[in-house]
Design a protein around this ligand. Structure first.
Ligand code: NAP
Ligand code: ZN
Length: 348
């Protein structure tokens, strides 16, 4: 077995604390990665606090992982020791269903295995990246360019691909008007990508203090969503709106902002489902949709795109010992715009 240690939630209400555990021996397609950086996603908080109702403890969260390959199994072809690599939200899928064959493993009909908080096919609980190492099948490991700041690359493994994938799927680009709701970890990456793809991009935020940053990050316009008059001015004008909000909120004012045939895409996953007025869909043939992370091929495409364009997340670097304060700040929407944990702070 591989000895591992990290920070885990032991239940839904107490702080994360140091935790020792084991990971499986290397199987032939496995890669052993020493973890250097891990981003802090709001999903880590929803999950460890059992806000989605499916937590299993103890749980080491973290699915925005950057590290160096230390060892590879006998059949590994993609990686060698010393390579800089990334692991995101899923570490397995059935590989045989139509979604997997199409390279959309995140929609696997047989069910995906999440990087933490689930039993894998060997019967072990998966544990995430707030730890010193991980053992994962090479199919779910990505090449990372050493040209970019690795702390800022870590959040690309979840926040990056979760926003890149729907923006590509709905063909966001020049001559499109796109809205991004919420300027947090996902939102600021959605803003960077939409701007980079050439769309006219409007940032919706509840935080007046973020207006200047939104413009710096690529927003052509910023709308304070609590300002009803400002929201009304946007009516019937958007081709696509991406909702990255982590808490329950009113969706109807944004549906009204879509033009005929426009699409509202949900990537935020608050603990309570929203209620909408169907009239806002049918009178303008608008669509209300959702999207989850991205497939392995598209995740690599996104990482390569970021390396080519010099795109990374804006991060606040923390030590693992600061993780509980960091969670509180994420909940208060007070992070600019993703925490990245320097895993060397974990020690031996
Ligand atoms: P985050 O960094 O906390 O950002 C969420 C943003 O939402 C905040 O910065 C804030 O932006 C806005 N917000 C927060 N509370 C609000 C409220 N009560 N009303 C209106 N706006 C509010 O979170 P994240 O890590 O980006 O994750 C966002 C959501 O996506 C979470 O629910 C997470 O679980 C989910 N997620 C989904 C996927 C997927 O594959 N679909 C992947 C990762 C995460 P402003 O200050 O600008 O208003
Ligand atoms: Zn995430």
């Amino acid at each position: 077995m591989t000895q591992s240690h990290g920070y885990a939630a032991q239940d839904a209400t107490t702080p994360l604390t140091p935790f020792r555990f084991t990971r499986r021996e290397l199987h032939e397609h496995d890669v052993h990665i020493e973890i250097q950086w891990c981003g802090v996603c709001h999903s880590d908080i929803h999950f460890t606090r059992n806000e989605w109702g499916d937590a299993i403890y103890p749980c080491v969260p973290g699915h925005e992982i950057i590290g160096t390959v230390k060892a590879v199994g006998s059949a590994v072809t993609k990686f060698k020791p010393g390579d800089l690599v990334g692991v995101g939200v899923i570490v397995d899928s059935d590989r045989t269903c139509p979604s997997c064959k199409a390279g959309e493993e995140q929609y696997c009909e047989g069910g995906t295995t999440l990087t933490y908080g689930q039993k894998d096919k060997y019967g072990d609980m998966t544990q995430g990246g707030y730890s010193n190492n991980i053992v994962t099948d090479e199919h779910f490991v990505h090449r990372v360019s050493p040209k970019l700041n690795p702390a800022g690359v870590a959040p690309l493994l979840c926040a990056g691909i979760t926003t890149y994938s729907p923006l590509r799927h709905w063909k966001v680009g020049p001559n499109k008007k796109v809205g991004i709701i919420g300027l947090g970890g996902l939102g600021h990456m959605g803003l960077k990508f939409s701007h980079s793809f050439g769309a006219h991009t409007v940032q919706f935020t509840t935080s007046e203090s973020k207006i200047a940053d939104a413009k710096r990050l690529g927003a052509d316009d910023v709308v304070i969503s609590k300002d009803r008059a400002a929201m009304k001015k946007e009516a019937n004008s958007f081709d696509f709106i991406l909702d990255t909000v982590s808490a329950p909120h009113d969706i109807d004012p944004y549906l009204e902002a879509l033009r005929r045939d426009g699409t509202y895409c949900q990537v935020g996953l608050p603990e309570k489902p929203p209620v909408i007025n169907p009239g806002n869909l049918l009178f303008k043939r608008r669509s209300w949709s959702g999207s989850i992370i991205g497939g392995m091929r598209e995740t690599q495409e996104m990482l390569d795109y970021c390396a080519e364009k010099g795109i990374t997340a804006d991060v606040e670097v923390i030590r693992i010992q600061e993780i509980n304060e960091a969670f509180e700040r994420v909940v208060k929407a007070d992070v600019k715009y993703r925490f990245a944990i320097d895993m060397s702070s974990l020690g031996a």
